[in-house]
Design a binder for this molecule. Structure first.
Ligand code: NAD
Length: 478
């Protein structure tokens, strides 16, 4: 299948078990980032549609929350099975609207199915072990927090909604999803899997349209009892402040400017290989993507040379072509942001090792880029690159390296590459981040709590901690 033959779903809101594809309120075009052609029209919700979504979430809430967790889990597992069965078709939708290579998209769909199942099983285990405990005649129970508003980004357009929806639903909460405007087709396919799994009407809703209008309306509503957002720091701060003003708990999974500390004894060839794959996967548009590489001075030149050589092997192009390893960036806005960041950083004296330019004139392709000699005042240091751009720096002592790693206002992921386990663990302990990967860039798994510190947000998704964020402790005292 290629992007000329891939069927793209009709985009619609999903309200109380019905699809609404004409809202009478205008549309937002959805583009294929590889060709810049229009592939769909996203209908924009009105206040009336949002109120219908809220009513449906409120009406379904009590029965869903009271349903035995094993029955809720069965719906989730049925949806996961449907995702697996449809993984080829859904992957094609992801590649068409987001750009990532088809194999990467298929892996995202399958990982989403695994994650949904993990949350279903973990919720059963959690309620069985900690659901209610009796203490001296008093009952202490975990109860669902209530209807959830979930806002998700375009970079993992199936995985991020799948994670939020499955945690909320498994915990016993109803959920309204607002996906990114760039990638609504993936969300429609995900919701369809839950609907076809027989989920009761109103348990899950889909809102499409103007993001600021929707988030404002949903968060202010007394129906919504929890807000979960993944996206950029400025939007996250805005939504956290709004939620705070109406006393709603929030989970904020924001960006990262993720450092990599390469110690003196690390195997440079191996690190360079892993770095090229880890850095440029999804065109660098992953919140845990490594961005700042700090390499011991004695290995700096070898690393830069090997990293550039491995990067040169990566072929950039349309994600439907199996030869290509790196697709376009997701939107014209992202392309422009990367171009501005690189030109500012080069203007402040950085050296271009490879890349540094848009590729072609159609499609949002940008060459995998490596910079050295980056000035501390440049845009690269100030802004999260969130694209195919890496900076390489050197350090003398581990203490100096850690200080450089920790200088960012963000603190999502960090990485340590070292031969010695003891040295790696010591360095990991010194990283000011929510997650540290040792000798690996794979840090996101269903069973591991995921989230950051500082401007990268608060709260955790994944693991039992993720489920507990959708539960409150209720006491019945005697
Ligand atoms: P952006 O801030 O322009 O964000 C656009 C996205 O945020 C849109 O998809 C929109 O749906 C949503 N949004 C915007 N205003 C909103 C509002 N008021 N309420 C609710 N949602 C709103 O950023 P961009 O250029 O599309 O993406 C780049 C930045 O986004 C990066 O800097 C990166 O940090 C961040 N990002 C982070 C993740 C992550 O996994 N943490 C994922 C994607 C993007």
């Amino acid at each position: 299948m290629d992007n000329r033959t891939c069927p793209y779903p009709t985009l619609g809101l999903y309200i109380a078990g019905d699809w609404i594809d004409d809202t009478g309120n205008g549309v937002i075009p959805v583009l294929d980032p590889a060709t810049e052609t229009r592939i769909g029209l996203l209908p924009k919700a009105t206040a009336r549609h949002l109120d219908m979504l809220l009513d449906a979430a409120a009406n379904a809430s009590a029965a869903w929350g009271r349903m035995p967790v094993q029955e809720r889990a069965a719906f989730l597992c049925a949806a996961a099975d449907l995702l697996r069965a449809r993984s080829d078709a859904i992957a094609a939708v992801v590649t068409l609207e987001q750009g990532k290579p088809l194999a990467e998209a298929r892996s995202e769909v399958l990982r989403s199915a695994d994650l949904i199942e993990w949350n279903a099983d973990a919720a059963v285990a959690l309620f069985e072990s900690e659901g209610t405990r009796i203490d001296g005649g008093n009952a202490i129970s975990l109860v669902p927090v209530g209807p959830v508003a979930a806002f998700t980004p375009w970079n993992v357009p199936v995985l991020s909604p799948a994670r939020k929806i499955s945690m909320a639903l498994a915990a016993g909460c109803t959920c309204i999803l607002k996906p990114a405007e760039e990638t609504p087709g993936s969300a429609v396919e995900l919701i369809r899997a839950f609907a076809d799994a027989g989920l009761p009407a109103g348990v899950l809703g889909l809102a499409l349209g103007d993001p600021a209008f929707i988030s404002d309306h949903l968060i202010r509503s007394s129906v919504i009892r929890k807000v979960t957002f993944t996206g950029s720091v400025p939007v996250g701060k805005h939504l956290a402040a709004l939620a705070g003003s109406v006393m709603k708990p929030v989970t904020m999974e924001l960006g990262g400017h993720n450092p990599v500390l390469v110690l003196q004894d690390a195997d440079i060839e191996k690190v360079a290989k892993a770095s090229a794959l880890g850095k440029f996967r999804n065109a660098g548009q992953i919140c845990t993507s490594p961005t700042r590489f700090y390499v011991h001075t004695s290995k700096f030149d070898d690393f830069v040379e090997a990293f550039a050589a491995e990067t040169a092997r990566l072929q950039v192009g349309n994600g439907f072509d199996p030869e290509n390893h790196v697709g376009p960036v997701a939107s014209e806005r992202r392309l422009h942001a990367i171009e501005t960041l690189v030109s500012d950083t080069l203007g402040k004296g950085a050296t271009l090792v490879t890349g540094g330019a848009r590729l072609g004139s159609t499609g949002y392709f940008y060459a995998p880029t490596i910079l050295t000699g980056v000035d501390g005042e440049s845009a690269f240091m100030r802004d999260e690159p969130f694209g195919p751009v890496a900076g390489v720096f050197s350090f003398e002592t581990v203490a100096e390296g850690l200080a450089l790693c920790n200088q960012s206002s963000l603190g999502l992921a960090a990485y340590v590459f070292a031969a010695s386990d003891i040295d790696a663990n010591k360095a990991a302990a010194g990283m000011d981040s929510g997650i540290v990967g040792i000798n690996s860039f794979s840090v996101s798994r269903p069973d591991l709590p995921f989230g950051g510190v500082k401007d990268s947000g608060y709260g955790r998704e994944g693991g039992v901690e993720g489920l507990k964020a959708f539960l409150v402790t209720k006491v019945v005292a005697r």
